[in-house]
Design a protein around this ligand. Structure first.
Ligand code: PRX
Length: 696
């Protein structure tokens, strides 16, 4: 094994640093060797129908007769793109996530531990109780008029009710559209309108660290924006998480107060919300009257399960649609193999259920395996930088999954916050969401894992449903910074700009694409199949294009180099530069805006904007903070640009296209511009360099 400290200090070539799977882990692993992985992998790509039908048989199907196990077209030249797995077979993912385990005697097993923002707040739910609550919620939804195929928006904190709502939707065949409860009212309303959601489920509010968020107020404003644009949200269900009963203002038109008191034990005082009679219903009131029995809706494997919005390069978010059968197989199988699941595990994925990582690895993957998981409401630094490890010890977490941003943040606070906790239970440490720099990987391995745990860097996307490139912890030696090898069923290739296959192991960077479908691949962009085809299949006919760059080293390991399109990955959250630009130009002072990504020590990348002002406006500190605020308001606080600079003009080609390549150079202060002969006016570049903020 490589000398870890040496590697950190000397930054030696990471391709040569190989970490073998820990022996204990290997002994008990589902896949114990590279050879075993290779055999299974070969079967999965040569005979996908056989491979996945063996797995499908482990689930409950109401009817397992399929028209054809797999049908697809990945080539736009041959007609419309489509992917169908097991069409004709019927099942229900909620039944497979809960009822099936209860039939196997797991009624008393803990499905989730809940850990509140405050360390004193905690709860737990068994599989038996989860079934009751899910059925009650399913019956509530039905009683409010929600039917199979209807869309339900969920805008909630990380509380047990969130997973109950998602499973209740799945049980009755309603399509859930979870919107991360950090998006603004405007972003929420855009998503609710696009999906034509009938109902929204939310909670009164939530504390995140020392910040109080009035979620109900954000939802009220979003519903108003929907009304203004002609879409009526019929019902809002509100979970009372914070507000005592006597603090509710029952009016349709009064603004609620929001007292920013430091968090105390629940129930918190002085939290006020508005109430819209007729539309709003309290969760606890309707649940109390609801029956705990609900027959699942038997769904075709290809019926929609959920949609989840992700940023698109045009600026308008895309509703990525996943279907029941394929997603069920893929989320369950990736969870089982990548986290090498065993029934005694306590699994903790720190991601919010508002993102795909939370869908697949907080809820569906663990539940379909009958696992015990953790739902954590808080943040890594509250009350201090040791919170993660305190929770690991409290629940004896065996498998832990987080984002590189969190690792980099915690690294800065020093090793003591980690080492004062035992972490003895840990076996596997996972990362996801963005490229992990080798230093952070090595710190995770050395300090958090005491050099005893396997580190799995998992590459995937909202669109892929589950992991697509990843090591298997008992079988694949790892290299810090590489997502290693394809998961079962995934056939990666790296293509040049003009579509030629870059020879394997050549280490040349190109576009990462996949050659054939796997069960968890998205099926369409909700309401816009053409956009689905254009975004993922037009550039390289015959392939699904990830939009990421990658290279493959001489051992066949894949190294992701980051987005190739106009997307910025801020702390693992994808944003399109166009989305940020269209927020900025809504300010009355701005005539034109361009944004690019800029490296950031903690966030991986951050957003750097250039704005051209209208005549008569000055680039003042006040304007700067107004511009940052407009992005927070239009998209959400996590999208706030780190840098905004004055740009009297933008570098453009003669045909008027903004040359972002040059803006990226300006943003990092790199004067090596390469060929700028296509620029209409070269003097613009000097001006931009002069106006660069000093702190950038
Ligand atoms: O750029 C890649 C990056 O995150 C993108 C997908 O973002 P999203 O759909 O929000 O899903 C994030 C969680 C699955 C990818 O196109 N990404 C994700 N995981 C990794 C990564 N980049 C490098 N290494 C990873 N492990």
């Amino acid at each position: 094994m490589a000398d870890v400290q040496n590697l950190v200090n000397n930054s030696v070539d990471m391709e040569k640093s190989v970490f073998e799977p820990p022996q204990d882990l290997r002994n008990e692993a589902h896949v114990k060797s590279l050879e075993q992985y290779q055999q299974l992998y070969k079967k999965s790509v040569d005979h996908p129908e056989e491979f996945w039908s063996d797995i499908a048989k482990q689930f409950y199907w109401k009817n397992f007769t399929t028209d054809k196990f797999l049908e697809y077209n990945f080539d736009v030249r041959n007609g419309p793109i489509f992917v169908r797995w097991m069409k004709g077979a019927t099942t229900n993912i909620c039944y497979n996530a809960i009822d099936r385990h209860i039939e196997n005697g797991l009624s008393d097993k803990i499905a989730f531990f809940w850990e509140g923002n405050n360390p004193e707040d905690h709860d737990r739910i068994t599989y038996g109780k989860l079934l009751e609550e899910v059925c009650k919620c399913a019956n509530v939804l039905k009683s409010l008029g929600v039917k199979k195929g209807d869309r339900v928006a969920i805008y909630m904190p990380m509380i047990l009710e969130l997973s109950i709502c998602l499973l209740a939707c799945a049980r009755i065949g309603a399509i859930h559209s979870i919107v991360f409860a950090g998006f603004s009212s405007e972003s929420l309303s855009d998503r609710v309108i696009d999906a034509q959601c009938k109902a929204i489920i939310t909670s009164d509010g939530v504390w995140r660290g020392t910040k109080l968020l009035n979620l109900k107020e954000i939802v009220d404003n979003a519903v108003k924006l929907c009304d203004d644009r002609g879409h009526t949200v019929e019902k809002c269900i509100i979970v009372r998480h914070l507000s005592p009963e006597n603090e509710i203002i029952v009016h349709d038109d009064v603004n609620g107060d929001q007292d920013q008191e430091p968090p105390a034990k629940r129930p918190y005082n002085k939290f006020k919300i508005n109430w819209h009679s007729g539309r709003d219903v309290w969760w606890h009131e309707v649940m109390a009257k609801s029956s705990p029995v609900c027959e699942p809706e038997w769904m075709d494997a290809e019926d929609p399960l959920f949609m989840l919005y992700t940023s698109g390069s045009t600026g308008k978010p895309k509703g990525v649609l996943h279907t029941v059968g394929g997603y069920m197989l893929y989320s369950t199988t990736t969870f089982k193999y990548v986290f090498d699941y065993h029934p005694s595990d306590v699994f903790w994925c720190t991601a919010d259920v508002g993102w795909i990582t939370g869908h697949t690895y907080v809820c569906y993957g663990p539940l379909c395996n009958g696992a015990t998981g953790i739902i954590f409401e808080g943040v890594p630094l509250y009350p201090d930088a040791g919170r993660f490890w305190e929770i690991v010890d409290k629940y004896k977490v065996t498998k832990f999954y987080t984002a590189p941003t969190a690792i980099r943040t915690l690294m800065k606070f020093g090793d003591e916050h980690v080492t004062k906790h035992s972490r003895k239970s840990l076996k596997i440490l996972g990362t996801v969401g963005e490229p992990i720099n080798p230093e952070a990987w090595l710190w995770y391995h050395r300090v958090v894992g005491n050099e005893k745990c396997a580190v799995v860097d998992t590459f995937w996307q909202t669109e892929t449903g589950g992991h697509v490139l990843t090591p298997l912890p008992g079988a694949i030696p790892t290299k810090p910074g590489s997502a290693c090898v394809p998961f079962f069923g995934i056939v990666p290739e790296i293509l040049s700009e003009n579509g030629e296959t870059i020879p394997k192991n050549s280490n040349k960077e190109g576009y990462l694409v996949f050659k054939q479908p796997w069960p968890g691949i998205m099926r369409t962009v909700y309401g816009n199949h053409e956009r689905f085809e254009t975004t993922y299949f037009k550039k390289f006919p015959g392939y699904y294009c990830t939009g990421d760059g990658a290279r493959q080293d001489k051992d066949g390991y894949i190294w992701i180099t980051g987005r190739i399109d106009d997307m910025v990955n801020v702390s693992g959250h994808l944003l399109s530069t166009a989305e940020v630009e269209s927020a900025l130009i809504e300010h009355e002072a701005v005539t034109e805006a361009a944004s690019v990504s800029h490296p950031h020590e903690i966030k991986g990348d951050c957003i750097y904007c250039f704005v051209t002002l209208k005549e008569g406006f000055q680039f003042t500190d006040e304007l700067l903070s107004e511009l940052k605020n407009i992005v927070r308001k239009k998209i959400g606080p996590f999208a706030q640009p780190d840098f905004i600079q004055n740009a009297p003009a933008l570098p453009k080609t003669r045909s008027g296209k903004i040359m972002r390549r040059i803006l990226r150079k300006v943003a990092v202060g790199d004067a090596e511009l390469g060929d700028i002969s296509t620029l209409a006016d070269e003097s613009v570049v000097d001006i931009l360099f002069k106006l660069r903020p000093k702190e950038a």
